[in-house]
Design a protein around this ligand. Structure first.
Ligand code: SF4
Ligand code: SF4
Length: 185
């Protein structure tokens, strides 16, 4: 039977893939931005969440490494390779969305931003995986359900990655991404 520890590595792998694709797509715009949307209260979630904190520790990081003023942000960007609060991937300012070439690109990008949040939904009752603060409670989550959601996010990631390379989004691809219920507005 799988345990939460078995889940850490595949979660971190998907997160690094998401992070890398987002960097490829947005680093030029975000790198020039003077209105950075990072906030220390969001950074702190990574130290308060039992699951995310274990991912930080895997990178050799601890709460003391977080800057009081800038959180995990330094002049290279976010210090965290993985273990970021899922909300860090979800926000797209208007400027960022406007730079994407069309509705499909916006739809795909916003779905990409939702994938890490989706993986941890309802992990313990109504609690999202990253909302769990007590490490003992992590042992109570249904790891099989988490793996199922991870697989769905991996499938969606593959669709998005393929779309970003080809510029083509088939009806079937759209259906896969629509399961994440992102409306483009
Ligand atoms: S998402 Fe928008 S506000 Fe945030 S860093 Fe990028 S360009 Fe700046
Ligand atoms: S991306 Fe990194 S620096 Fe920005 S809010 Fe998230 S954890 Fe903090």
């Amino acid at each position: 039977m799988s345990t939460i520890n078995d889940f850490m590595e595949p979660y971190a792998e998907l997160e690094q893939s998401v992070r890398s694709l987002m960097t490829e797509l947005f680093s030029e715009t975000c790198g020039m931005c003077t209105a950075c949307c990072c906030r220390t209260d969001i950074c702190e979630e990574a130290t308060q969440s039992a699951f995310l904190y274990q991912l930080l520790q895997k990178q050799g990081l601890a709460s003391k490494d977080m800057d009081d003023r800038f959180g995990w942000l330094n002049n290279q960007g976010c210090l965290l390779e993985y273990g970021k609060p899922p909300i860090c991937y979800e926000y797209f300012c208007d400027q960022l969305l406007a730079r994407l070439p069309g509705d499909n690109a916006r739809f795909a990008a916003r779905t990409l931003g939702k994938l890490m949040d989706y993986v941890g939904k309802d992990a313990l009752g109504d609690w999202h995986l990253v909302e769990i603060r007590n490490p003992d409670d992590l042992q109570k989550v249904s790891v099989d359900d988490l793996f199922q959601r991870l697989e769905e996010s991996q499938e969606a990631f593959a669709v998005i990655e393929q779309y970003m390379q080809s510029g083509r989004l088939s009806g079937a691809d759209h259906e896969v991404l629509s399961a994440f219920a992102i409306d483009d507005d």
